[in-house]
Design a protein around this ligand. Structure first.
Ligand SMILES: NC(=O)c1ccc[n+]([C@@H]2O[C@H](COP(=O)([O-])OP(=O)(O)OC[C@H]3O[C@@H](n4cnc5c(N)ncnc54)[C@H](OP(=O)(O)O)[C@@H]3O)[C@@H](O)[C@H]2O)c1
Length: 317
């Protein structure tokens, strides 16, 4: 398992992380098995969010409750993992998300809730989950200062922010923002398409993100890529999916060459980009976790990277 330096720090973590968004629907023994597989594979970063899991009995946050119970029963310790979570989405009494809320009060309560559900006493990093149009950067700054001073959070970052939103927030907070978590993978290549189609008039030339990829590289922000095996937004996985015959043929060819799984090749495709991204895998099946993690040690050639990009249905101008 290879490591990646987070942001502009010397903090090194595995370049593949386990996201626990889907842990809320598992039993505790299944959650234990997922954690043990991640640890066996060398994964040492867990990504969560306070709203993950919506178990009918446990409600919003059930993923973190299962994670906390699984960590205790797994034989693993808190120190085996860096633990990151996100907050800033408000769910009402019926567990529906009805607004984004990055007020100081909400963010501090969110971290307290995360620590309570997971049973840990600090987070290695805390991210603002989505940009709130009503955000007051000074309020977020006050929340970050209090969370850091109290020892509840060590590092900070964001998720789904564009460059201007990053700059706005960074102008107010005293901590360096280290991470922007964004959807990216062979089923969602927008951040690359835009750069390839500059000054053209086709669909690829539409700027959906404000040049985030280059911005993050210039400002040493680590891009954590969510849903690396999905197409659309949670529409399903492209791996082994008959809707993507060409992509699966190419994945299978390279899987054969490198003696790994298709998942590993899809991970290697993201890691081949020189931005030094970190891949957040969300599979909860131990065999798929181990298969995916093997992608950390595969370095695709430039031609293979382009072959996969084209097989995913993209064009080169
Ligand atoms: N910041 C944000 O806004 C945001 C949004 C979404 C997600 N995230 C983060 O990103 C993490 C990953 O997201 P994700 O779970 O959507 O990513 P993902 O890893 O792309 O998707 C996981 C899903 O794909 C399935 N899958 C993977 N490999 C498969 C295979 N070979 N065959 C069949 N099914 C396969 C998994 O099923 P199995 O379990 O059966 O393998 C699971 O249902 C989340 O846990 C969360 O931490 C962040």
């Amino acid at each position: 398992m290879q490591t990646v330096k987070i942001g502009n720090t010397n903090w090194q973590t595995s370049n593949i992380a386990l996201g626990i968004m889907r842990m809320g629907t598992l039993s505790v023994p299944q959650s234990v098995a997922a954690l043990q597989a991640a640890h066996e594979a060398g994964i040492n970063l867990i990504d969560s969010a306070d709203i993950y899991g919506n178990d009918p009995e446990l409600g919003r946050g059930s993923s973190e409750i299962h994670f906390g119970q699984a960590l205790k029963q797994s034989g693993l310790s808190r120190d085996d993992f860096y633990i990151q979570s996100k907050g800033g989405l408000y769910a009402n009494a019926a567990n529906q998300i009805t607004r984004y809320d990055s007020s100081k009060e909400h963010l501090i309560a969110a971290v307290d809730g995360i620590l309570r559900r997971t049973g840990i006493d600090y987070l290695d990093s805390f991210l603002i989950h989505r940009p709130d149009p009503l955000m007051e950067p000074e309020e977020i700054a006050a929340a970050f200062d209090e969370l850091q001073a109290s020892g509840k959070v060590r590092h900070f970052g964001v998720s789904n922010f564009n460059p201007q939103q990053l700059e706005l927030l960074q102008s107010a907070v005293s901590q360096r923002l280290l991470v922007d978590q964004l959807q990216f993978g062979l089923g969602h290549t927008g951040m690359v398409d835009f750069g390839l189609h500059t000054n053209m008039t086709d669909q690829g030339s539409v700027d959906h993100d404000g040049g985030l990829l280059e911005y993050c590289r210039l400002h040493q922000l680590t891009i954590q890529t969510w849903s690396p095996f999905q197409y659309g937004t949670f529409a399903g996985t492209f791996i082994g999916n008959p809707q993507f015959p060409e992509l699966n043929r190419e994945l299978a060819k390279l899987a054969e060459k490198y003696q790994v799984s298709k998942n590993a090749i899809a991970v290697a495709w993201i890691l081949r980009h020189p931005a030094h991204m970190q891949v957040l895998i969300g599979t909860m099946t131990p065999a798929h976790i181990l298969d995916s993690a093997a992608g950390s040690d595969v370095t695709l050639t430039k031609q293979e990277w382009y072959d996969l990009y084209l097989a995913a249905g993209n064009e080169l101008p």
